[in-house]
Design a protein around this ligand. Structure first.
Ligand SMILES: [Zn+2]
Ligand SMILES: [Zn+2]
Length: 357
């Protein structure tokens, strides 16, 4: 039995609403989570040395050129105040941050409104700072009902943003977080925090007929030197009678998405990462590339997908516009209609509907 098999654990699922399915479960060993599909290891100094020597092809240009290639729109307050009663209205705020409006509720995914992904923002080097501004401020958001957090990496969990969202919305805001992260939120002053393990789900107590489910991905976690994989990571499915939204979070490519599709799919809208994937030999354990994103889109039976996790922070070495360009090419190659898996302009709002009866 190799390491991969050793860490593969499939258990009979116990959740009341997801019975009779064989679901992948997180493996918790010596205080840390291990990816059940592929053993994730802390990169050695030798590996990191090799990564540092990789040529950077990101070539992020001047702000003037960025205004042309990646313009940032100001979302229309009236559109956000009155989303259509059916379907899903989504606004891309940049990177993995989306405002999702469905079934009368407003949801934020991985809200990062701060300027940097550096652990100590006041000392942030320029290379960690966002190269596109956030599309709107926390003060300009409509009332937010819930926040979905995929994992604790700094480009997904921003303390500054959490503090300000908590200050503005207080206990009326529900935080949905991966197992092990609740304590961090309580220490940050948030009160209405619910942590989930994979496949755990909950029907909203607000009577809005919305079910939240935390689902697996292949990724990892770290905020400090000593806390690697001490908390869980994953994606979120939000579902009501007519529509369903899937926020994939960060992930490498793996078979678990067929389980997500079987149990939670199909989806009206999915937010799928398409950026931060080079050098491939190193990043393939953590992040999908646009080719894999298209495979994932098909595997999860998504009716509409948005490519996220690109065009905002320089995290890896691919050309900064390559995720968008490669996605377009890959969709054509795989005969997937271009309007089925789109990228959005920063600050753009779109309405997505289901074709299912
Ligand atoms: Zn990550
Ligand atoms: Zn990320």
């Amino acid at each position: 039995m190799n390491d991969l098999d050793l860490h593969l654990r499939i258990h009979q699922h116990s959740s009341h609403s997801l019975t009779n399915n064989q679901c992948a479960q997180p493996v918790y060993l010596n205080g840390r989570y291990i990816s059940p599909w592929r053993k994730w290891e802390m990169p050695s100094f030798k590996t990191l040395g090799k990564v540092i020597k990789e040529k950077d092809h990101s070539n992020i240009p001047s702000q003037q050129e960025l205004d042309h290639t990646l313009p940032v729109l100001a979302p229309d307050p009236e559109t956000l105040a009155q989303p259509p009663p059916s379907g899903i209205q989504a606004t891309w705020l940049g990177h993995a941050s989306l405002l999702v409006q469905m079934n009368g509720i407003n949801i934020l995914t991985d809200p990062v409104f701060g300027d940097t992904t550096f652990p100590f923002p006041s000392f942030s080097p320029k290379s960690f700072k966002r190269y596109r501004p956030v599309a709107m401020t926390i003060e300009d958001l409509p009332k937010i009902d819930s926040v979905l957090i995929s994992h604790n990496h700094y480009d997904h969990l921003d303390h500054w943003s959490v503090m300000r969202l908590n200050r503005r919305f207080g206990e009326s805001l529900r935080w949905f977080v991966p197992l092990g992260l609740r304590k961090w939120f309580l220490q940050s002053g948030c009160r209405n925090v619910k942590e989930f393990t994979w496949w755990e789900d909950e029907l909203s107590p607000l009577g809005d007929d919305t079910r939240y489910t935390f689902v697996p991905s292949q990724h990892w976690c770290r905020r400090g030197i000593m806390d690697t994989n001490k908390v869980l990571w994953g994606g979120w499915v939000v579902k009501n009678r007519d529509t369903s939204f899937y926020f994939v979070g960060d992930t490498a490519y793996c078979d678990v998405f067929s389980q997500v599709s079987d149990i939670c799919g199909p989806f009206t809208l999915a937010a799928i990462p398409i950026g931060a994937y080079e050098p491939r030999w190193f990043m393939k354990m953590s992040h999908i590339n646009p080719e894999e994103a298209v495979l994932l889109h098909k595997m999860i039976r998504s009716e509409n997908s948005i490519g996220i996790h690109w065009g905002t922070f320089r995290l890896t070495t691919e050309f900064y516009l390559e995720p968008r360009e490669k996605l377009t090419k890959e969709l054509a190659k795989k005969n997937v209609p271009a309007d089925e898996f789109i990228t959005m302009t920063h600050g753009e709002t779109r309405h997505f509907t289901t074709n299912r009866s």
